[in-house]
Design a protein around this ligand. Sequence first.
Ligand code: NAP
Length: 305
Amino acid sequence: MSALFQRVAVIGVGLIGSSMARAMRKHGLAGEIVGCARSAETRAKVLELGLADRCEADPAAAVAGADLVVLATPVGAYEAVARAMEKALAPDAIVTDVGSVKQAVIRDVGPYLPEGVHFVPGHPIAGTEHSGPEAGFAELFEQRWCILTPPAGTDAAATEKVVRLWRAFGSRVEIMDAGHHDKVLAITSHLPHLIAYTIVGTATGLEQSEQSEVVRYSAGGFRDFTRIAASDPVMWRDVFLNNREAVLEMLQRFTEDLTALQRAIRWGEGETLEQHFRKTREIRRGIVEAKQAGSFDPREPDKKV
Ligand code: NAP
């Protein structure tokens, strides 16, 4: 049986790119995989781990002859990568990506794709706080959602091929408008990361004596924030810079809700607090029932997430 794609170029072989390469190998979805990374160290690691048949420094060399190109660098690098690969893309190639924001990606990459090349942007709702080629694993996407945001007029057959790729990884696929994606993810992913980065920063700013208590008693809730706040700094810088409006809008609403809870605490309004906490507990139950409560990480099989 022939593979879904004959040659796949993965530009940026980190957590997500290497997980896709591993999953493509595991399920026999690519005849050949070509990696692309800036640093010689990453390129050597990619080959050592057998993630790609070859690994290039130049995006143009990586995408030549590929029928699928996956952009998996931090989104701030996309425009430069698109510019570099523009002339080398095969006619009729499919370009997809995994970036955590979608409107900015369409803005930055779209103009560089020649006529005949199909662009099917995507975002797997799966990840860990680890980075780099060693951090990936083939099962990362199993039972997770992958959102695709093909712009209006995208070739349906190209979209369908990308859908088949994600389904073969074990993902559930949803097609969505890019603007809607950015709003939804601003509240479900981007704002929670911002809050985690803030609270861990606040704790770091405490007096030395209080700081050691923070570590000792971190299981009281703080520990979960530190895991999220350990996520890749460059990736998250790019997410906030590229989903500014939606994040600022959600942050405004969050600030108002926080002020309401602050007032309830100040005035001893136990009923308000309890009602609020009961509602949020229901949300958690819904997530558990939808089997979206945790992801399996083979390096930490006993860890509850
Ligand atoms: P990562 O582990 O840091 O991997 C990114 C890789 O890209 C690095 O190995 C880096 O290697 C390479 N790279 C960076 N700039 C490059 C460039 N200009 N050209 C070629 N390679 C370059 O990051 P990740 O977590 O996989 O995230 C990648 C993308 O997935 C991001 O766009 C992110 O928004 C999205 N995403 C992440 C998650 C998550 O939970 N982490 C989830 C869903 C989607 P070199 O430094 O050697 O070049």
